[in-house]
Ligand binder design. Structure first.
Ligand code: ZN
Length: 134
């Protein structure tokens, strides 16, 4: 993920929601996924790069999210995925909803983060489109 694609999440910051201002800097990298901790130079707010990703706010491990996305990508329904994973279908739906609302840029990082093959992702998107129609 490029820093220029990330905006300040602080709603009272003058640069809130504005990308490519050069106000976002990386000040630390942590964890096994090398998650970047970012800082807005304008308001000094610190936040994780996950703030802007599919994972943010989901109280589910990345491992589970990865399996859920794979499961959906292979054509399983939300209900079936919930059954296979042994988790609540609302949780599956939240992950699906979050994934489907994200732009391609985020999907690119999802792709590299989750090591999903491109063809699987194509399948996921045709699945998403089908679900949206119904
Ligand atoms: Zn800010």
């Amino acid at each position: 993920m490029e820093l220029s694609d990330i905006f300040c999440p602080n709603e009272s910051c003058p640069d809130f929601g504005k990308k490519g201002r050069g106000n976002i800097v990386c000040y630390e990298i942590y964890g096994k996924n090398n998650t970047k901790l970012l800082r807005c130079k304008t308001c000094k707010t610190r936040f994780s790069e996950r703030r802007n990703t599919v994972f943010f706010g989901l109280h589910t491990s990345e491992d589970t999210i990865e399996k859920v996305v794979r499961c959906l990508a292979e054509g399983n329904s939300i209900r079936a995925t919930a059954r296979i994973m042994g988790i609540d279908k609302d949780t599956v739906y939240r992950i699906f909803d979050r994934a489907s609302k994200h732009c391609l840029k985020v999907l690119d990082s999802l792709l590299s983060d989750l090591h999903i093959e491109e063809c699987q992702l194509d399948e996921l998107w045709s699945f998403v489109k089908k679900k949206r129609k119904t």
